[in-house]
Ligand binder design. Structure first.
Ligand code: A2P
Length: 326
């Protein structure tokens, strides 16, 4: 450890953890692997969820992609057909929701979490239906799926996972990588402490709620904090955004973060990145903020006035903070 890494001090020189080595681009988008869909089921908590989110499993065991994905990576899909200009549909990336060992224990079956994109047309009555998300959500067991990848090497677990404790923030389908990471960590880093804050509009829209609840009941080192924004929680605390948990659950989250072991990962809606950096700046003791954020002194006093544009410029997450927003 360098002197710059001593507790809560300057973080510019802090290289952050080494990340695990990953495989990349084994199957390119022009020569995708052909997997077979083996499962496609709803994965929201309630039957009357406002959004339609599906857990889709694909068998890639007979392809070069077998055993090649880790949580935090994604795969690419070109939906069949052409867009309104006659060109092939654009490549869309979907996060792996599986642990490293896949759904089958040997990396042969991978999963992803897909929300149907449905909106009203901007120009008038009628529906705009997202092409690739609805194509995936309509696939049936036995259907073929062409996929490329793996993609991504920055939003993955550290190379020595047991040297860290983790606070994960997810909104919506941003939960996908954390399903895999939590399953990996509970196996390979049983001493590490993990807190997962999952955000959804309503309780019915929480994703993977049952498995996450069960895991938290089974593993004392895993805290699951389901968080809803549009109604009160079961314990009657008001609805809130995931980053508000930094304040309401300061006892758990603050304790994990005020430590040399702490890492923050956030995945989900564009905008939550700003909320997370503001939450960290507001709730962590000053001597620990620098561990996670490098803040231009000129803007340090006006956390409430920060904008998304300032994130990565005047307010730079250090290499202990991993942000993936879309
Ligand atoms: P809301 O929509 O009530 O404003 P989903 O992807 O299923 O819609 O869920 C996303 C969740 O993230 C919702 O609870 C949504 O709240 C919430 N959300 C929206 N904007 C932000 C933001 N800037 N930071 C954190 N959470 C957000």
């Amino acid at each position: 450890m360098t002197t710059a890494e001593t507790a809560g001090k300057v973080t510019h020189a802090d290289p952050g953890p080494d990340l695990i080595e990953v495989k990349m681009h084994i199957a390119g988008p022009r020569e995708p692997a052909v997997g077979i869909v083996v499962k496609n089921e709803r994965c929201t908590a309630g039957r009357r969820a406002a959004g339609f989110v599906r857990h889709i499993e694909v068998d890639v065991s007979e392809t070069p992609l077998a055993g090649s994905f880790v949580p935090g990576q994604s795969f690419g899909v070109h939906a069949p057909g052409e867009d309104h200009r006659g060109r092939p549909h654009a490549l869309r990336l979907y996060s792996i929701a599986s642990p490293t060992e896949g759904e089958d224990g040997s990396g042969g079956v991978i999963a992803t979490t897909v929300k149907r994109l449905i909106d009203e047309n901007a120009e008038g009555p009628g529906l705009h239906v997202g092409v690739t998300s609805n194509y995936l959500c309509d696939l049936k067991p036995g259907d073929e799926l062409k996929l490329s990848g793996p993609n991504g090497k920055r939003f993955v677990l550290p190379a020595r996972p047991d040297e860290h404790d983790y606070v994960f923030f997810a909104t919506g389908t941003g939960i996908a990588p954390f399903r895999g990471m939590v399953l990996d960590l509970l196996k390979i880093a049983p001493q590490s402490r993990i807190a997962l804050v999952m955000g959804a509009p309503y309780e019915t829209d929480l994703i993977y709620d049952q498995i996450l609840t069960e895991l938290s009941e089974k593993h004392a080192n895993f805290t699951y904090l389901p968080t809803v924004s549009r109604h009160a929680h079961r314990d009657a605390t008001p609805g809130c955004y995931v980053q508000d948990r930094l304040e309401t659950n300061q006892d758990t989250l603050g304790e994990l973060l005020c430590s040399d072991r702490g890492l923050v990962y956030a995945c989900g809606l564009l905008g939550m990145d700003l909320g997370i950096v503001q939450g960290l700046a507001r709730t962590l003791p000053p001597e620990w903020v620098g561990r996670y954020l490098s803040i231009d002194p000129e803007v340090a006093g006006e956390v409430g006035g920060w904008t998304r544009k300032m994130v990565h410029r005047q307010v730079k997450p250090t290499r202990r903070v991993f942000l993936e927003v879309y």
